[in-house]
Design a protein around this ligand. Structure first.
Ligand SMILES: [Zn+2]
Length: 274
């Protein structure tokens, strides 16, 4: 699943090519992926509008229009958002095609269709209850001292469950939760409130570090994630623990353990993490 570093890579790729472009036509839209508003109203809101800005909040891609409405895309488990030539062959499971005046198309594709598309002003989306309440961004200046620190200090849930909670930390998913726990030498199954102050500080310091490194490597690709031009990310080779259960710890060479925490596959080193 694309997490913050993957979504950020896509946004950075697309931004210079999309901002300032005019949406000439909604070439195709699968109504099933539209969460809000009525699918029939989406073309009216998009066609003829200029893209003013492209950004991200948590794992949500936000494409702001000159009408003050935003097109919000969540990639779910298997979604991709890519810029392609209008004449490029169409792949199956392409649910949205936006024709731009540059001659390119912005294409949203999602084989498993867990993703979603929204269109509206910030207040419209809030009133409709279709955007979840999102927590603090890991790159925010107050990340280590604000909401995330407070929830970790008091929550009886496992550390991993707190890290995955989008209403606490926006954009963290399974990959970077495990990576941050390894770097901080904290077991992901520990009860959050039992962490010492220094363990909690290490964990909050580790998350932006592992995410920044993944952005440098253009994100982690397993099966589906692709950047804004359809290429794979390169961070997989540099991961410490995620996807490496049963293999040797990069630090101490003991065998990495794989368990389920908060319903998710979790990998950690029983010797390096306590
Ligand atoms: Zn180890």
């Amino acid at each position: 699943m694309p997490e913050l570093p993957e979504v950020e890579t896509i946004v950075r790729d697309l931004r210079p090519h999309v901002v300032g472009s005019r949406v000439e036509a909604l070439v195709h839209l699968n109504p099933a992926v539209v969460r809000y508003p009525d699918p029939g109203d989406v073309a009216v809101g998009l066609e003829g509008r200029t893209v003013a800005c492209l950004g991200r909040r948590g794992k949500f891609i936000q494409l702001w229009l000159d009408s003050k409405q935003e097109l919000v895309v969540h990639l779910g488990m298997t979604g991709t958002l890519t810029l392609e030539a209008a004449a490029a062959p169409l792949r199956t499971h392409t649910h949205l095609r936006l024709g731009l005046d540059s001659g390119s198309e912005l294409r949203y594709r999602d084989p498993r269709r867990f993703g979603r598309v929204l269109l509206g002003t910030e207040s419209e989306l809030e009133q409709a209850g279709v955007m979840p309440r999102l927590g603090v961004e890991p790159f925010a200046p107050d990340f280590a001292s604000g909401l995330a620190a407070e929830v970790l200090r008091t929550s009886r849930r496992p550390v991993k469950a707190v890290l995955l909670d989008q209403s606490v930390i926006a954009g963290c998913g399974n990959i970077y939760a495990d990576e941050a726990c390894f770097l901080a030498r904290v077991r992901p199954g520990r009860r959050a409130w039992r962490l010492s102050t220094s363990e909690r500080r290490r964990l909050l310091a580790a998350l932006p570090i592992v995410m920044a490194e993944a952005i440098e490597r253009r994100g982690t690709s397993f099966s589906d994630y692709r950047d804004g031009f359809g290429a794979k990310g390169q961070a997989f080779e540099s991961l410490f623990v995620y996807g490496r259960g049963g293999r040797a710890c990069v630090r101490c060479r003991s065998t990495l353990r794989q368990v389920r925490i908060a319903g998710r596959t979790t990998v950690f080193c029983g010797r390096c993490q306590s």
